[in-house]
Design a protein around this ligand. Structure first.
Ligand SMILES: Cc1cc2nc3c(=O)[nH]c(=O)nc-3n(C[C@H](O)[C@H](O)[C@H](O)COP(=O)(O)OP(=O)(O)OC[C@H]3O[C@@H](n4cnc5c(N)ncnc54)[C@H](O)[C@@H]3O)c2cc1C
Length: 412
């Protein structure tokens, strides 16, 4: 039974606390945006935002969406760069801002159970008190949530050594499109590995809220190196020698290099690396960095060609681009810098982003190494995945027959 746009908020207020439902247009404005350039131009407002406080709230909201055929989009911190947390067709946005608890840190079994709205850095701070850490390390870690990371299979510079978020999600509580709830990875399991049944956890991780909504995550964590000082004392020289060797190679080309072995200086350099995505805008004062075509991942052997060709494409179209990345795993980030009020420059930037995505597929890579598909990269899924896309779509249709879960994303 369909309810009109105006009716959905009233219907939601019948099933969860009234003040957990937002529908005044001014308060809805922030929910029109994530970090994508796409969302800045789409300006699509959801009909209502709900801020659940419990699994029961989420279930009640999903049931309303299912009964009324209303689109429903989960939202963490909205730092995504693909329009993933936006509701382009209107509907309900579910903000996880009030579900951010750490339910358990099981130090001896090396895992933590958290709610999806938990901010990454808050998890790291709590783990550090127990001598543990969570290896994936997105540059947006001060803001982004574990739910958003799991939905996008996020990663960062540590991925080359430790792998991506997917490797650290052991199980999840998921609300399905009809409001039923499952636990993947074993209902009572605390195992660190399993080959029992189809790995549904892997199916949900990276599916960007299109197959189900996470309400709990069971995460694998790692011990921080014990007796760190001793280990550092044992190897320091070796590490320093390796770094100096690398530094000498880099100096042949780099205009500036910085060498750091002191813990404080190392932390400062990593902090600078975390701020790099935003800092690229400083390369061209007066221009803005936009997130579009920003996340290519290519075979290691194709990195030089990709960067060279991408630079040529930028020059052909008269668009400034700065490159950085974590080249150890083939992830090339391109920062396109434009004046967003210049319509012709925006058109050329769109063209550049399109060509960059096609370039990634041409060289045997992927249009997104870690930021996800969302609405922005859905048009490239066929070229990248061929017939496998049809299987993804069939899975989506089975899991979400009414197409209410984050419509307009991934599947073109
Ligand atoms: C400056 C900057 C730097 C960044 N650096 C990195 C980086 O180094 N590595 C990287 O991987 N990404 C990076 N990102 C992108 C972004 O931060 C990540 O994709 C992050 O994981 C998104 O988390 P979020 O909480 O903001 O999710 P949102 O943007 O709110 O949502 C992202 C997706 O997750 C879905 N989702 C959210 N919560 C749930 C849930 N509970 N259940 C199901 N689906 C859900 C949403 O529907 C959406 O599809 C960066 C972004 C910025 C702005």
């Amino acid at each position: 039974m369909a309810v009109g746009t105006a009716g959905i908020a009233s219907r939601l207020r019948e099933v969860i606390a009234r003040d957990r439902v937002i529908d005044d247009r001014t308060t809805l404005i922030p929910y029109m945006y994530d970090a994508s350039f796409w969302s800045l131009r789409q300006r699509r407002m959801p009909d209502a935002v709900v801020v659940p406080e419990s699994l029961a709230d989420v279930v009640a909201v999903v049931r309303v969406a299912n009964e009324t055929g209303t689109p429903i989009v989960a939202r963490g911190a909205g730092t995504g760069q693909t329009g993933g947390a936006i509701a382009p067709a209107g509907g309900i946005v579910v903000s996880f801002a009030r579900m951010r608890a750490i339910q358990e840190i099981d130090r001896r079994n090396l895992q933590a159970i958290v709610e999806p709205g938990l901010v990454y850095l808050d998890l790291q701070a709590a783990l550090a008190e127990q001598g543990l850490f969570f290896p994936p390390d997105p540059g947006s870690g001060r803001a982004c949530t574990l739910g958003g990371m799991a939905a996008n299979n996020a990663s960062g510079p540590h991925a080359v050594r430790w792998g991506t978020t997917s490797a650290y999600v052991l199980g999840a509580e998921v609300v399905l499109a009809d409001g039923s709830v499952i636990t993947t990875g074993g209902v009572h399991s605390k195992a660190l590995k399993s080959s029992s049944g189809i790995d549904l956890t892997k199916l949900f991780v990276g599916s960007e809220g299109t197959l189900g909504i996470f309400t709990k995550l069971r995460l694998r964590v790692q011990p921080k190196p014990p007796a760190r000082a001793v280990i550092l004392a044992g190897y320091t020289r070796q590490v320093a020698a390796n770094v100096r060797y690398t530094d000498a190679i880099l100096r042949k080309r780099a205009a500036v290099t910085r060498f750091a072995e002191d813990e404080k200086d190392v932390a400062r350099l990593w902090a600078a690396r975390s701020g790099l995505a935003a800092a690229t805008a400083l390369a061209h004062p007066g221009k803005h960095r936009i997130f579009a075509g920003e996340d290519l991942a290519v075979p290691l052997t194709e990195i030089p060609h990709t960067v060279r060709r991408a630079r040529e494409l930028g020059a052909e179209l008269g668009i400034a681009v700065v490159f950085y990345g974590h080249f150890g795993d083939g992830n090339v980030h391109s920062a396109i810098l434009i004046d967003p009020d210049d319509a012709d420059e925006v058109r050329r930037a769109d063209e550049l982003a399109d060509r960059l995505h096609k370039l990634a597929v041409e060289v045997g890579g992927t249009v997104t190494g870690e930021h996800g598909t969302g609405a922005v990269r859905a048009p490239y899924m066929r070229a990248e995945h061929g017939d496998a896309l049809d299987v993804m779509k069939r899975i989506k249709d089975v899991m979400d027959p009414k197409g209410i879960l984050n419509p307009g994303k991934i599947y073109p």
